[in-house]
Design a protein around this ligand. Structure first.
Ligand SMILES: Nc1ncnc2c1ncn2[C@@H]1O[C@H](COP(=O)(O)OP(=O)(O)O)[C@@H](O)[C@H]1O
Ligand SMILES: [Mg+2]
Length: 326
């Protein structure tokens, strides 16, 4: 879906976004777009720079360089920010003595919205009764739902959620998935961060994967996941590849002497090998394991960036994080 295909949609555009804290670069020349009507996962291990990027997008901190815009504008230049973008950043703290409902009422009043909107959202997020309790007694999952309700108060076109699956049980994660799907089907633009691929892989349409502040991979989930295929081992990989090609089946050599065949039909592969007089030493599904890819990508980037955890930059980062998380 393109940016112009919905009337309600607003695009997020991040360009060469960079943030340094002293000598430490938390976000490094990051560029990506988030399209309306799609759910985009913003993924990376802890410390990758997700929250810092989202804070820049929401005008909470200034980029060192580059830009992050919503609907073509900096957050602070939006005329009616509440109706354009709603957000829930991680570790959102609510006044412990106030009920969830009262918390939302304060926010609604500030945005000129009626109390009825608060009750509507408590219904939608499934916490109408619990929201009458003091927020200090809330579980992490409750806080996530309350944060989501707060983000949606102004019926924004763009929703930015930082680690919304944290603290949700599997049932809660399923609920969130359905809820976000519904919102995106209305044309909303949804950006949701996570440090755990498996929590969002069934939810998102697109992914932006970062590590050490840098882009690692981005694209449609369907492309990144890749088509399922078959792994076969034999005595002569090239000969088998040729025989498969004659049967209209494409293949490519793997990194460990195996042949990766672009089909899930193992019987076909076995038959071709038999006719070619080649032994089959191994024949199995090659699961498109995005989790392995995620791990590999992020670990790979860590390795490329230097000599590991003893770097002075990372020492800066750790002390910085403690300060930032208080
Ligand atoms: N205010 C700050 N001062 C110094 N370093 C910071 C600050 N905020 C974040 N960082 C560092 O920037 C890096 C990225 O942090 P963050 O954006 O929170 O990552 P993520 O959300 O992906 O876990 C981390 O190494 C963190 O310690
Ligand atoms: Mg974070």
């Amino acid at each position: 879906m393109t940016a112009t295909s919905t009337t309600t949609g607003a695009r997020i555009e991040v360009r060469d976004l960079t943030k340094t804290f002293g000598s430490f670069t938390a976000v490094d020349q990051l560029s990506f777009q988030v399209e309306p009507g799609r759910i985009t996962g913003f993924l990376g291990p802890n410390g990758a720079g997700k929250t810092t990027s989202l804070r820049m997008l929401l005008g909470l901190i200034h980029p060192t360089s580059g830009s992050a815009t919503i609907d073509g504008q900096n957050y602070h230049d939006l005329d009616h920010p509440q109706s354009v973008v709603g957000s829930a950043l991680e570790a959102t703290n609510f006044h412990p003595g106030r009920t969830g409902r009262d918390h939302l009422r304060v926010l609604a009043a500030a945005g000129g919205l009626p109390d009825s909107r608060v009750d509507e959202l408590l219904e939608l997020t499934g916490i109408p009764a619990a929201a009458r309790k003091r927020a200090g007694e809330y579980s992490m999952g409750m806080r996530q739902r309350l944060g989501l309700a707060a983000a949606l108060l102004g019926d924004p076109r763009v929703l930015i959620l930082d680690e919304p699956s944290n603290g949700l049980d599997p049932e809660g994660i399923r609920w969130l998935r359905g809820f976000l799907r519904h919102l995106s089907s209305e044309g909303k633009t949804i950006l949701v961060s996570s440090h755990l691929l498996q929590e969002v892989e069934a939810t998102v349409d697109d992914v932006v994967i970062i590590a050490n502040g840098r882009m690692v991979r981005s694209g449609a989930m369907s492309e990144l996941r890749g088509a399922p295929s078959t792994i076969v081992r034999t005595s002569d990989v090239q000969q088998l590849a040729g025989a498969l090609r004659v049967a209209d089946v494409m293949s490519s050599p793997g990194t460990d002497g195996e042949l990766i065949v672009e089909t899930t039909d193992k019987r076909l592969v076995g038959d071709v090998a038999l006719r070619a007089g080649l032994p089959v030493w191994e024949l199995r599904d090659r699961k498109a394991d995005l989790e392995a890819l995620f791990f590999e990508l992020t670990e790979g980037t860590n390795r490329n960036l230097g000599d590991g955890s003893s770097s002075p930059h990372e020492a800066d980062a750790i002390s910085g994080q403690e300060g930032a998380n208080l």
